[in-house]
Design a protein around this ligand. Sequence first.
Ligand SMILES: NC(=O)c1ccc[n+]([C@@H]2O[C@H](COP(=O)([O-])OP(=O)(O)OC[C@H]3O[C@@H](n4cnc5c(N)ncnc54)[C@H](O)[C@@H]3O)[C@@H](O)[C@H]2O)c1
Length: 251
Amino acid sequence: MYSELNGKVAVVTGGGAGIGLACATRLAESGVAVGIADIDSAAAEQAAQTLNSQGRRCMAVVTDVSQPAQVAALFQTTSEAFGPIDIAVNNAGVGSPLTPLGDTEETDFDRIMAVNLKGVWLCMREALRHMTPLGTGSIINMASALSTTTFPGSSLYTASKHGVSGLTRSAAVEYGESGIRINAICPGFISTPLLHSTVTEEAAKAMAAKHPMNRLGSPAEIADAVVFLASDASSFVTGSLFSIDGGWTAT
Ligand SMILES: NC(=O)c1ccc[n+]([C@@H]2O[C@H](COP(=O)([O-])OP(=O)(O)OC[C@H]3O[C@@H](n4cnc5c(N)ncnc54)[C@H](O)[C@@H]3O)[C@@H](O)[C@H]2O)c1
């Protein structure tokens, strides 16, 4: 669909499952060579193996996005294998138990911020270090509907995702003339392992009802937007928080 993506190089964090796997798959199908980064080595290896068996160009890079040295190694390894990084999809994230703020735990705060906020910051910083000398690139952060609204019990996750929107908008303004575009996608509730591991099926139904479309989204519906933001079709789009949420945040 976006032929100019053919031959480009991307890093997708959290690429072993859920939304990240869908993004890696759609990019690879568009001819992009993808460094699939995940803390779960088996998931990353499986994703790369499956895509390569279909004639795609992917490699697994085991990475904990909260660790600066591992993030630097991810970008270095991917660029050494495939060439300069054109696209960074900073998607890895963790959920939080649904808990009123007064009952939240410091360990949960630290874990959620380390992956969802520090991890995105580290990946953005590394992507900018690679892209700035080239004067081109697209950085796509996986934010959330909870970057602009909230949901009872989600204060820590909501705070981390509001942080992602702040990083996205600030960097887009700072790098406006650089040739590097920086955007975030704000999904509503998407049917992935993360969602189903943190809530009961009954709660998942209640989440579906949050969207005027009265269903959960699919990972592929998010991946389609990632490919758009990676492509020249979005050449005048930077600093945007792209809602893909079945109308939730319009209510
Ligand atoms: N599923 C939803 O409803 C939903 C909604 C809005 C936003 N999001 C966001 O989308 C992103 C992907 O979510 P998902 O639902 O696909 O999750 P998922 O759990 O299905 O997949 C996340 C992947 O990230 C990996 N990961 C976790 N911690 C990591 C770390 N420290 N370093 C590297 N990889 C790590 C996991 O191993 C997993 O493969 C997250 O940032 C999430 O917050 C999800």
